[in-house]
Design a protein around this ligand. Structure first.
Ligand SMILES: *Cc1c(COP(=O)(O)O)cnc(C)c1O
Length: 383
């Protein structure tokens, strides 16, 4: 049945049949840490909630189905998910990663896992020759975000997966910015898909959570083992919040995309804007590739405002509907300054290499009325 369901239906039904004990239509929040055993080892499938919890199971099944995967795992944060994926590796292994990854991912790689003997090579993955050239006998994993954070660069998923297969490397895609509604990396041959469910999956800026999905049974078994061994699991209520968010993922994403496209077009033609980053602008060099592997775009836009930090700061302080805050993907519009916020842990050299300048602004366009959002940007630019 679930194999035949369309995306919109899966979001609402997979893992979420009426509760077998009570008939509750909405998945109950099983707020328990432990479970009764009739005799040692004889139980109804659950023994301890770090290992498994029915509310989390519902979420994990739903996440897997949305990504066209057999297996899903939920985590207490995107970072906990990434930490667990590192459990597939061992000391001495090398990971080749997109240069402009999420700042927290970069920090975890460079300042934590480097100390454990993993090595990381950061390259511009928009040119896959850079990936091929960086492969050494120690390389075990290829890591990308697409679109990237914050510059929304697109990586060719099919070619990326092919490189991974040819060299027998594990391919991982952080799909947070696209969401499974617009992009399903396993359809292009990617091994592991990862999310900060804090963002669009949760969708309401009210929960921190992460997700990993895969079709590979070997990787899944190790990841499931590591999920339990490391313990970065979401509580039942957080699992429920993400599940609730996912029910409206489709309707939210359509609005995010339609609003963001209008905002990006407005910025792109405004004299006070130097450059707009949004792959669905027809003038964007990555537009064709974006259309090939995504069916739309989320509400993420970046742009360079004309001038330096002074003009940038003035704009950030002048917007009224866009809230200056970390994070993204909620129903409300947010604005941020990557250089001092999400990517502040990078060295000035790394920021320069990535193209994160002091006049770069990132928008997470929400689902408010787009005319109000445009008016807000216009008045802030006019100042
Ligand atoms: C936010 C984010 C993360 C980290 O997720 P948390 O839920 O904040 O731990 C990872 N990758 C991307 C692309 C993100 O935006």
């Amino acid at each position: 049945m679930k194999d035949n369901m369309k995306f919109e239906t899966k979001a609402i039904h997979v893992g979420q049949a009426p509760d077998s004990a009570t008939g509750a239509v909405t998945t109950p929040i099983y707020q328990t840490s432990t479970y009764f055993q009739e005799s040692p080892g004889k139980h109804k499938g659950y023994e301890y909630s770090r290992t498994g919890n029915p509310t989390r199971t519902a979420l994990e099944e739903c996440l897997a189905s949305l990504e066209n995967c057999k297996y899903g795992l939920a985590f207490s944060s995107g970072m906990a998910a990434i930490n667990t994926v590192m459990g597939l590796l061992k000391s001495g292994d090398n990971i080749i990663s997109t240069l402009d990854v999420y700042g927290g991912t970069y920090r975890l790689f460079k300042n934590v896992f480097n100390n454990y003997g993993l090595t990381f090579t950061f390259v511009d993955t928009t040119n896959l020759e850079n990936v091929i050239n960086a492969i050494t006998p120690a390389t075990k994993m290829l890591w990308v975000e697409t679109p990237t954070n914050p510059l929304l660069k697109i990586v060719d998923l099919k070619s990326f997966a092919d490189i991974g297969k040819k060299h027998k490397l594990i391919t991982v895609v952080d799909n947070t910015f696209a969401t499974p509604y617009f992009q399903r990396p396993v359809d292009f041959g990617i091994d592991i898909v990862l999310h900060s469910a804090t963002k669009y999956l949760g969708g309401h800026s009210d929960v921190i959570a992460g997700a990993v999905t895969t079709n590979n049974e070997t990787y899944y078994k190790r990841l499931k083992f590591c999920q339990n061994a490391i313990g970065g699991v979401p509580g039942p209520f957080d699992s429920w919040l993400v599940l609730r968010g996912i029910k409206t993922l489709v309707v939210r994403m359509k609005e995010h995309f339609s609003n963001a496209l209008k905002v990006a077009e407005f910025l792109n033609s405004h004299p006070k804007v130097e450059k707009t980053y949004f792959p669905y602008l027809a003038s964007d060099p990555q537009y064709e590739l974006a259309k090939k592997q995504m069916s739309g775009m989320s509400g993420m836009i970046a742009f360079d405002i004309k001038g330096g930090y002074k003009e940038t700061k003035k704009f950030l302080e002048s917007v009224k509907l866009f809230t200056l805050a970390e994070s993204l993907g909620g129903v409300e519009s947010l604005i941020s300054h990557p250089a001092t916020m999400s990517h502040s842990s990078l060295t000035p050299e790394d920021k320069a290499k990535m193209g994160i300048k002091d006049n770069l602004i990132r928008l997470s366009v929400g689902i408010e009325n787009v005319e109000d959002l445009l008016k807000d940007i216009e008045q802030a630019l006019g100042k």
